[in-house]
Design a protein around this ligand. Structure first.
Ligand SMILES: Nc1ncnc2c1ncn2[C@@H]1O[C@H](COP(=O)(O)OP(=O)(O)OP(=O)(O)O)[C@@H](O)[C@H]1O
Ligand SMILES: [Mg+2]
Length: 598
């Protein structure tokens, strides 16, 4: 029951990730540029303070010179810096909040366009985690960088030449300190980057495993698996911690080393300064300036270590978000695809082959035609490829070979939206949203009136059920519609498809969960709904497809027999065997009753 991560993508370098992080600023890049400018100004202000301090000390030691102008300048810069920090901090905060939600929305919208095959490979728990955690990581990086991180890096970069200009000897000591630190940080990031990526991948495993167990809680409870599931999650947590601990140790060393380096540097500056002063190479003011600069540099280095740590921590989270964003839908609109408008409904499969996995054909050489208004039934053993055939019609996947046409046009030349507007599907698993019943129905027709909802529900024999609920159409459904019975869900899914009023109706075991009486009534409604529509219907209960114009019998992904219901039943082929098996498996009364079902 271990949640194994899907095949790892090639690792992205940190710089590639940060480049994309900047690109994701979108239309806020202008504000971002202003924030960088503000950071430059703030870095300058920070740098000016120790220089002014040193200059004042020099004037005091020389005696007789006025220090008021310098003090006034210092105060002015300090006040301006306060105002600047508020403005930069506030705007950085607002920018990162706005862009976090914008990026989340963008990636969410993109994920919804990705192919079903990608979604079947990638657990929903993992996708949601990548979106939420990734967007938070982006916001964290933007905020920290634009609020102060940028000023820290600029300040450090500016300290080098400026301190050299002030006093080459003392400047040299500071530069040596920076070089040692730069080298240490590089080694550190190399050591921790891969481990941190592993940690993030385990976090995704945890999200997947937890979401998987919680969404199937009924199974977990009925099989008394609560303790086992918790233990399984604990095992992933242990692997996560094993990967996280060394990273934490490395960064703890880095954090502890920073102040120690500060003490050594300040001491070095003072000692070297005293020596230089005695030789007339540095003034007392120089020493004060440099002692302050050294403290400042060490403080900035501490901030830089924190910044790099934060970037290293967030880079893998952002990479997971980018993995979703960079995924291309396998099925998408072709260049110059056209909207078919409302189709007449002539559907043809021409020598269609398809495989979910290479070397394991799911469908081979499937050909058939349904004229507008005709009903074609797909029957055959479970796993023979019926649902897959109909999934190809609304381009959940594209065929590997052959083509499917709608009114004579290859469906790949039509826009996805235009095609799918023409096809109403009642899925084998009637997937419903955890929203109100009305919202679920309006998925089929967003502007449907209450009267239209009622009419569709009446046809699907579910109106009475809805009326009995205290909140009627406003009743909220549980996750995947869990607060309804299987048959109620199925009828709601039928109403949803009927409301769409499409020229092509796809019914995948649409009535399999209904009792015989209800099924007969829903069948009658579906028979009425089929008038004027091309209907493709999958059914295990063969009696329900008696009135089909054409029956296709599937076996191992191939059509092995085709024809009218009565003719096939009379022939001694695969269909007749299916009919016989079904008759035998039913009790006598049901067998007799079934004949009456249309
Ligand atoms: N996402 C998938 N990835 C890999 N194989 C799949 C996938 N979906 C279905 N299959 C396989 O493809 C084959 C055909 O499945 P399909 O759902 O089309 O069968 P079916 O005829 O509709 O069966 P049933 O009557 O049980 O609904 C099966 O062997 C199934 O295991
Ligand atoms: Mg099926």
């Amino acid at each position: 029951m271990s949640a194994s991560s899907p095949a790892r993508k090639p690792r992205r370098g940190p710089f590639a990730i940060y480049r994309r992080t900047i690109a994701l600023l979108g239309e806020e890049r202008r504000l971002a540029a202003w924030l960088v400018a503000g950071n430059v100004a703030l870095a300058g202000a920070t740098f000016a303070e120790p220089v002014l301090f040193g200059a004042i000390i020099d004037r005091l030691t020389r005696g007789g010179e006025a220090i008021a102008p310098l003090a006034a300048l210092w105060a002015g810069i300090a006040l301006a810096a306060i105002a600047g920090r508020v403005a930069v901090g506030l705007n950085a905060d607002r920018l990162s909040h706005r862009r976090r939600l914008a990026a989340l929305t963008e990636v969410f919208g993109h994920a919804l366009t990705l192919s079903l095959s990608w979604h079947r490979r990638t657990h929903s728990g993992r996708v949601v985690k990548a979106l939420v955690v990734g967007a938070n990581a982006l916001a964290d990086v933007w905020l920290t960088f634009f609020r102060s991180g940028c000023a820290t890096l600029i300040g450090l970069a500016a300290l080098l030449p400026a301190s050299l200009a002030l006093n080459p000897w003392l400047g040299g000591i500071l530069i040596a300190l920076l070089v040692v630190f730069g080298a240490a940080i590089t080694i550190l990031t190399r050591q921790t980057q891969n481990r941190q990526e592993d940690v993030e991948s385990y976090h995704s495993d945890v999200a997947q495993q937890a979401a998987d167990a919680i969404s199937q809680v009924a199974v977990v409870q009925s099989f008394a698996r609560a303790r086992a599931e918790t233990a399984a999650l604990g095992a992933v947590m242990k692997r996560l911690l094993d990967a996280q601990m060394p990273v934490l140790s490395w960064w703890a060393y880095a954090a502890a080393a920073t102040p120690a380096a500060g003490t050594i540097t300040v001491l070095g500056v003072v000692l070297a300064g005293a020596e230089l002063n005695s030789r007339g190479l540095a003034s007392v003011g120089d020493i004060v300036t440099f002692a302050a600069l050294a403290t400042l540099t060490v403080g900035k280095l501490g901030e830089a270590v924190g910044l790099v740590n934060m970037l290293m921590l967030n880079a893998p989270r952002i990479a997971e978000l980018l993995d979703v964003l960079d995924e291309r839908p396998e099925v998408s609109d072709r260049e110059g695809a056209r909207d078919p408008g409302r189709a007449a409904g002539r559907v043809a499969f021409e020598r269609v082959s398809f495989a979910y996995e290479p070397d394991r054909p799911t469908l081979t050489d499937v050909s058939f035609e349904a004229l507008p208004g005709e009903t074609v039934a797909l029957v055959g053993a479970t796993g023979s490829g019926k649902s897959t055939t109909l999934a190809l019609l609304h381009r959940a996947f594209d065929p590997a070979e052959g083509r499917i046409t709608l009114d004579g046009a290859d469906i790949r030349d039509l826009t996805l939206e235009g095609l799918r507007r023409n096809v109403g599907v009642v899925f084998q698993d009637p997937m419903l949203f955890a929203r109100s019943i009305a919202d679920n129905l309006r998925v089929g027709k967003p502007d449907a009136t209450v009267e239209e909802l009622e009419a569709a529900c009446a046809k699907a024999e579910v109106l009475d059920v809805i009326r009995r609920l205290p909140q009627g159409f406003d009743s909220l459904l549980g996750e995947r519609g869990a607060s309804l019975s299987g048959g109620e869900r199925q009828r709601l899914a039928i109403a949803r498809a009927l409301l769409k009023d499409p020229p092509i109706l796809v019914l995948d075991e649409a009535t399999s969960a209904l009792d015989a009486g209800t099924e007969a009534r829903v069948q009658a409604a579906l028979d009425a709904a089929r008038k004027g529509r091309t209907t493709l219907v999958i059914a295990h209960r063969l009696a329900t497809v008696r009135s089909a114009d054409l029956v296709l019998v599937f076996e191992n992904g191939r059509i092995v027999e085709r024809g009218g219901f009565e003719a096939l039943a009379a022939a001694a082929g695969p269909f007749a065997r299916l009919v016989a098996a079904q008759e035998l498996s039913r009790p006598r009364e049901a067998r007799e009753g079934a004949v009456e079902v249309p």
